[in-house]
Design a protein around this ligand. Sequence first.
Ligand code: ZN
Length: 207
Amino acid sequence: MSDDQEPSATSDTLSKPLFRDITADDYDPEITEIESLCMNCEEQGITKLFLTKIPFFREVIVSSFACDECGYKNAELQPGGRIQDRGVSYKLTVKQINDINRQVVQTQYATIKIPHLEFEIPPGKSVLTTIEGIIDRAVEGLEQDQVLRRIQHPEVAEQIDNFVSKLKELKEVKAPWQMIIEDPSGNSFVENPYPFSSYCQFLMQEL
Ligand SMILES: [Zn+2]
């Protein structure tokens, strides 16, 4: 790799998987590895801390965890960076199956709404994720106490099951649907794979 090669949003950058293995070719190879316990199976996994450049956004520090034992992975953003002068609100229309793979920087201030299902995800952790990842995490959260709930409150459990199937259906993109990401800190971001094309149904407005 030549030295003058600037990191940019080439197809190469965009096609890199979210949980990529960092190689010597990476533009910023500085990386710290820490052995840590897996939250899922309590075996030893590896946490990697590294700086990564989000195309058309900025650099963020990611703490990614991977467990070889059970396959559990996550990618959290390290807190840091200043609160921006203005908040952001992204309104993304998911029109095709590829849209669910868009990378999302979701800070701990971001509220996510899916108006189609009247669903709102309150602020939580800062994570580097995808549209699909956001849905998967919401499903996980809803399913968390279902075993007990099916015994104690079977009607509620059934309603949640129905809702979970609707959420999962969104990933099939049978019809267009919208996701709104509102972040008063201004630091959330949704990848736009067609930054120079009007084709993209992508709106950004100041709050
Ligand atoms: Zn594990």
